[in-house]
Design a protein around this ligand. Structure first.
Ligand code: AMP
Ligand code: MG
Length: 401
């Protein structure tokens, strides 16, 4: 029996490679992972400029009290550049974003001055007010975004502000997905007596896509050795990671273990977790293999715990494990010491107090608990029963977005 943490460590030690880089138009890279750090080759903003619409002056002309009249000698729209240099007693009308004229170091917002013809009357003002300084956002030569960062809208904007129209990102990892089991039927088709519709290929596809992967759907494989072997070999040829569900327990038709033993290397894990069943981890050729349990909640959970970090590592992400938060339990929870338990929770906030309750029955086949929940409640190994009011760890969903 291994712990969840040890399992994650072993998987991350296996995934030492990244997918290859690709150069893409910046607009197509949201959610992708930066291949190499981006450095600034110039300051942003490139010059001191005005933060408001108003009048640029030299601070030596600011009155200590009362007001002073200055001569307006020019007009600077955004994007304009003032050719000359401001002399004592002069002001320049300036628009937000326009470069500060030589000789000026302070801007009056237009609301605080009185304009009469070509003159402007100004009150006292703090020196250097309303000026955005050259390089105050980004300094030339500095690392602006590190390799391994996920590109969110704000990263895209910052990269654009440095003038880059293309960016080098890692290729999306490819995942091949298949379900096993004679009882598993394709949604949209008929369901014979004794059959259930395939849920796992849809939950797992969704999870893989949330992780940024490209999914090849290899369908449902019956519990027959030759069929399973052929489909797994096909999967390994097209994917970085092969994911199956079902067929990894100890039933008479649980063939994944046997077949993997023939065509690849396989490690069969008993992970000290609940829900959770044995998990098969290994390789088929150059592909990583994850044989997840068949129960729908267990397969989602083992994907989140073990496949997601592997996918993130392959994609080159710096952070591959989620940051847990804490909340106050609204109800008592049964918990067995010595294993990590995951309950589906409903997290709410009342008067600044984060609270969590379970979604109800927690069986590993109760997929509706995943629908009702908005977080996982993570109860650590050493913990026993939870009393109402205790702090518990939670993983809010949406972290992967
Ligand atoms: P297994 O590990 O193959 O014995 O499957 C464990 C349980 O999960 C059984 O009740 C299966 O019917 C169920 N199961 C297996 N595969 C799927 C699937 N793709 N979708 C929904 N339930 C499944
Ligand atoms: Mg099965």
């Amino acid at each position: 029996m291994i712990s969840v943490g040890d399992g994650q460590t072993r998987i991350l030690a296996q995934v030492s490679e990244r997918t290859a880089p690709e150069l893409l138009p910046l607009a197509d890279t949201r959610g992708r992972v930066l291949w190499e750090s981006v450095r600034a080759s110039f300051d942003v903003p490139p010059t001191d400029n005005s933060a408001v619409d108003g009048y640029a002056v030299s601070s030596t002309d600011i009155p200590a009290s009362g007001t002073r009249e200055l001569m307006v000698v020019g007009d600077l729209p955004a994007g304009g550049v003032f050719a000359g240099s401001l002399r004592p007693g002069e002001a320049i009308r300036i628009m937000t974003g326009a470069p500060m004229p030589a000789g000026a170091d302070t801007v009056y917002p237009q609301e605080v001055v009185e304009r009469h013809g070509d003159r402007v009357r100004v009150p006292p003002m703090v020196k250097a007010a309303n000026v955005r300084l050259r390089g105050e956002d980004v300094q030339s030569g500095s690392v602006v975004i590190e390799a391994g960062a996920v590109l969110r809208p704000q990263e895209l904007g910052l990269i654009a502000s440095l003038g880059h129209g293309q960016v080098l990102v890692t290729q999306r990892p490819r995942v091949a997905l298949l379900s096993t089991g004679d009882e598993v039927a394709e949604p949209g088709g008929p369901r014979k007596p004794g059959q259930i519709y395939d849920a796992n290929r849809f939950t797992l596809r969704g999870l893989a896509e949330q992780c940024g992967a490209l999914v090849s759907d290899l369908g449902i494989v019956p519990d027959r050795r030759e069929a399973l072997r052929a489909r797994l070999e096909q999967a390994a040829a097209v994917a970085h990671i092969v994911v199956t569900s079902g067929g990894v327990s100890v039933g008479a038709y649980d063939l994944v273990k046997e077949v993997l033993g023939e065509i690849g290397g396989i490690d069969f894990w008993q992970v000290a977790m609940q829900p959770g069943r044995p998990l098969a981890v290994g390789r088929i050729g150059s592909a990583h293999f994850f044989g997840l349990p068949g129960n729908p909640v267990a397969s989602m959970l083992t994907f989140i715990l073990f496949v997601r970090p592997a996918l993130y590592a392959l994609a080159g992400r710096r952070r591959v494990l989620p940051e847990l938060r804490s909340a106050r339990a609204l109800e008592p929870m049964r918990k067995k010491q010595g294993r990590r338990e995951f309950k589906r929770g409903i997290l709410t906030c009342e008067a600044g107090d984060w609270r969590v309750r379970t979604t109800g029955p927690q069986g590993s086949g109760i997929l509706s608990s995943m629908v009702a929940g908005n977080c996982l409640i993570v109860l650590e190994e050493e913990r026993g029963d939870v009393v109402a009011g205790e702090e518990v760890l939670i993983e809010p969903w949406g972290w992967e977005a």
